[in-house]
Design a protein around this ligand. Sequence first.
Ligand code: ADP
Ligand code: MG
Length: 242
Amino acid sequence: MLLSAEKVAKHFGSFRAVAGADLAVEEGEIVGLIGPNGAGKSTFFNCIAGDAAPTSGRIVFAGVDVTFAPAETHARLGIGRTFQVPATFEDMTILDNVMVGAFLRHKHRGEARDRALAVLEMTGLKEQARQRARSLGTPGRKRLEIARVLATGPRLMLLDEALAGLTPGEVQRAIELVRAIHAQGITLVIVEHIMEVILTLTRRVLVFNQGHVIASGKPQDVVKDPAVIEAYLGRGHAQARG
Ligand code: ADP
Ligand code: MG
């Protein structure tokens, strides 16, 4: 098991944003995480990536208990996560933004630069490498956020709505990018509202609602689960899928 999160809880005062969630991921999997806004998905990612300490529970990655370790430890071990609101340095070039990620594993500037350029090539941003990050539109920003994380050399990538706000054509290209990342041997957990992305890319999904995992299984089965339709998908979706 690459990642094992057991009974993870994150409370803010008396509010239970994550109320005891389990997630086990095998190396090589692509797992989907869906659920309504406010369900606790991003907070759960924060706990797994070390951006927030859980209130309770246990998180083991690659055999190491990282439950209360700092984010740096998670990154070094190979947990990379994109942020829903991209963590971009707006006035730096796209290349420099990606180099920030590459410095995690490359001390020398030249090596970090080579790594960043390879990632920019893969993510389709190489042509714009010398532009400032602020010049990018939505699809470019989404790619840059993925590129920054890829440059850190992750074994596990947590994508937090990394495809949100894209047009259908851009979503298709982003799906190809996710496939290419997976083909490099990177395991993925994907938070995404676009059900087509979840159905296309994952073989297993968990459904979050009010801090709890209310369903899990094959995406085709989960979208037919009455509790999931009630909490998240709504009747329109259920009818559309028969
Ligand atoms: P999701 O990603 O599923 O939309 P979040 O994890 O962002 O949900 O948020 C879950 C709940 O926790 C929301 O009600 C949100 O307002 C709350 N929350 C998130 N972060 C904090 C925080 N730092 N302090 C207080 N409440 C928070
Ligand atoms: Mg979120």
